[in-house]
Design a protein around this ligand. Structure first.
Ligand code: NAP
Ligand code: GDD
Length: 363
């Protein structure tokens, strides 16, 4: 039985990778951070399984990383932990650099210092954000980088330190240059999930309108469940290499919006330009989508489009297992149910509150 350690196991990708590796018969260990609220929603269904274990560790704390590596002695490490929100990296640039750049160095050194350098393989969650202010389209493994946010600059260090340790110490470590991948478990402030949740709420009369930033931004969006397979394939390959993981298909934020609302039963029509652009409900003429400068970034990456030729040829990976249309459908159908269920739960909470007020339990 192989043993894997996943940093960032509570995240979108961590939770899918965990399920994937458990399915392959791995003993799976994940790192978690202490929090005052419940943050294990994505992995709660796995807790209690005999081959699934959790350990406290933080990418900002070398001692915790050395401790967990010593205890687990993994065959494979998947370094997914990161401050992963690009817009937030403008507000917390130093924290982002510490976790997303120096954190990668810490885990590589922890592998070396625990004597695992010769037997443990490492996957690093690199990103299409490295291409930033793109110099060519589509982007492949040889496209020059032009990082365009504090997040991307931090991830660029992570990318290069992984290459450095591969060459300096002959370690088996790879960068997966993953383009955007989404799912029904995507964090609610990333644009796709913000749209699918809003479409569901608006369709059910729970929200008036949706405020977005740059509607013309282009992304190569895939399904997270398909992408975690590729992380594993990279570590099963006979030599450590870096790979672009993408679908090879590009859409705008506006396209995503259009399709998501259609799936929720609303036909949108976009009129106007820039900050004045609006998405109207074709049937009623009501404005449902507006542009707000609050969601514009100081520098924005607007033209990501990946070329997955190498991953297809070398790893035998299928980039179009789940189409863009299917991805949007999965997310909207999930959120339509979630919004309806949340509402029922809210009503129970309100009824409890009324009862508590009457009994004087809540003042
Ligand atoms: P996510 O949902 O935001 O999950 C991030 C994970 O990192 C969470 O488990 C989080 O833990 C953990 N984390 C954050 N700071 C940490 C710290 N200081 N110490 C330990 N753990 C920490 O991100 P994701 O979408 O799954 O992405 C996974 C990785 O792939 C990230 O490195 C991201 O930058 C990269 N990536 C993502 C995409 C994409 O489209 N999703 C594309 C390219 C690359 P908490 O739950 O405790 O916050
Ligand atoms: N989040 C957000 N919210 N983005 C918006 C909004 C909005 O209201 N309106 C427009 N956008 C635009 C952003 O300006 C950006 O150009 C695009 O939608 C995608 O934004 P996000 O969904 O936040 O993702 P991202 O591309 O910045 O970053 C994600 O993908 C990267 C890979 O390319 C994250 O998962 C990163 O961790 C990952 O590395």
């Amino acid at each position: 039985m192989k043993t894997a350690l996943i940093t960032g196991v509570t995240g979108q990708d961590g939770s899918y990778l965990c399920e994937f590796l458990l399915g392959k018969g791995y003993d799976v260990h994940g790192t978690i951070r202490r929090s005052s609220t419940d943050y294990r929603e994505r992995i709660s269904h796995l807790e209690g399984q005999p081959n699934f274990h959790l350990h406290y560790a933080d990418m900002g704390d070398s001692m915790s990383l050395i401790q967990v590596l010593n205890k687990v002695k993994p065959d494979e490490v998947y370094n997914l932990a990161a401050q992963s929100h690009v817009q937030v990296s403008f507000d917390s640039p130093e924290f982002t650099a510490d976790v997303d750049a120096t954190g990668v160095l810490r885990i590589l050194e922890a592998i070396r210092q625990t004597g695992l350098a010769n037997r443990c393989r490492l996957y690093q969650a690199s990103t299409s954000e490295l291409y930033g202010k793109v110099v060519e389209v589509p982007q492949n493994e040889n496209t020059p980088f032009y990082p365009y946010s504090p997040y991307a600059v931090a991830k660029l260090y992570g990318y290069w330190i992984v290459k450095e340790y591969r060459e300096a110490y002959n370690m088996f470590c790879c960068n997966g240059i993953l383009f955007n991948h989404e799912s029904e478990r995507r964090g609610e402030t990333f644009v796709t999930r913000k749209i699918t949740l809003a479409a569901a709420r608006i369709a059910q009369g729970k929200q008036e309108k949706l405020l977005l930033g740059n509607l013309s931004s282009l992304r190569d969006w895939g399904y997270a469940k398909d992408y975690v397979e590729c992380m594993w394939l990279m570590l099963q390959h006979d030599r450590p290499e870096d790979f672009v993981i993408a679908t090879g298909v590009q859409h705008s934020v506006r396209d995503f919006c259009h399709l998501a609302f259609k799936e929720a039963g609303i036909d949108l029509e976009f009129v106007g330009e820039g900050l004045d652009e609006k998405g109207l409900d074709k049937a009623s003429g009501k404005v449902l989508v507006e542009v707000s400068p609050d969601f514009y970034r100081p520098t924005d990456v607007v033209n990501l489009w990946g070329d997955p030729t190498k991953a297809k040829a070398v790893l035998g990976w299928n980039p179009t297992k789940t189409s863009f249309e299917e991805l949007v459908r999965i997310m909207v159908r999930h959120d339509m149910k979630k919004v309806a269920a949340d509402d029922a739960a809210d009503q129970v909470r309100k009824m409890n509150l009324v009862e508590y007020l009457e009994k004087g339990i809540v003042k």
